[in-house]
Design a protein around this ligand. Structure first.
Ligand SMILES: C[S@@+](CC[C@H](N)C(=O)[O-])C[C@H]1O[C@@H](n2cnc3c(N)ncnc32)[C@H](O)[C@@H]1O
Length: 201
């Protein structure tokens, strides 16, 4: 299984955020673009990838929302349609946050879990069975990286990964770069998906 971990220092941890202004919900718009680029391609949903959204925004951080999607999972606008809107995705995130129960990893919808867990703890757990890659402009070239089927790619929001955590992660895991420019998090997801597609991973 491939995993993407997206960290947001500000995304709302309350289901009450307003879908009319996703930027003001702690840049929930970025998390939504990340989700769309993780799972949706033309006329197909990627079923072999897991997305971990880690939100550190108010009022109840940290929240870890783990998502796998299946065709016709209900997120698309209509049955048999593969169109998805930002509003649909915002609704999904709201349902996940609303379903949170203290001290539980809870499956709130099929394939969608929510729990309270920090970025480092999520990565530590994933590292037991997977190779971890920290997305960093200064890292080693992705095109030269050896990537196995059990891979985890960790990336940050518009402010990047938090400094203290990044320092620890850089010491423990490989940093990988997709090129000399700084890309949006959602663009990084598309580049990674493309690289993995080309390698048949
Ligand atoms: C919009 S960027 C963050 C920009 C932030 N100001 C910074 O300098 O870290 C979002 C995330 O994408 C990843 N990223 C952006 N450009 C990259 C590149 N060229 N190679 C690898 N990762 C990159 C990093 O993980 C970053 O945290």
């Amino acid at each position: 299984m491939k995993h993407f971990v997206y960290f947001s220092s500000s995304a709302s941890t309350s289901p009450g955020f307003r879908t009319e202004n996703l930027m003001k919900a702690g840049r929930m718009d970025i998390a939504i673009h990340v989700l769309i680029n993780t799972f949706f391609i033309s006329r197909q949903i990627r079923e072999d990838v897991k997305l971990h959204l880690i939100f550190y925004g108010m009022p109840d951080p940290p929240k870890h929302i783990e998502i796998t999607l299946k065709q016709n999972s209900g997120i698309e606008k209509e049955e048999d349609s593969l169109d998805v809107s930002k509003k649909d995705v915002a609704g999904l995130i709201k349902r996940a946050l609303r379903g949170y129960k203290k001290e539980e990893k809870r499956e709130v919808l099929p394939g969608i879990f929510v729990e309270k867990k920090s970025l480092l703890k999520v990565i530590e757990e994933l590292s037991k069975k997977n190779d971890i890659f920290i997305l960093d402009k200064k890292g080693e070239d992705l095109r030269k990286a050896k990537i196995s089927e059990n891979c985890v790619f960790v990336l940050g929001d518009h402010d990047g990964l938090p400094k203290k955590e990044l320092k620890r992660l850089r010491k423990k895991f490989l940093s990988t770069s997709v090129g000399p420019k700084i890309y949006f998090a959602s663009q990084i997801i598309s580049i990674l998906n493309n690289e993995l597609d080309r390698r048949n991973i």
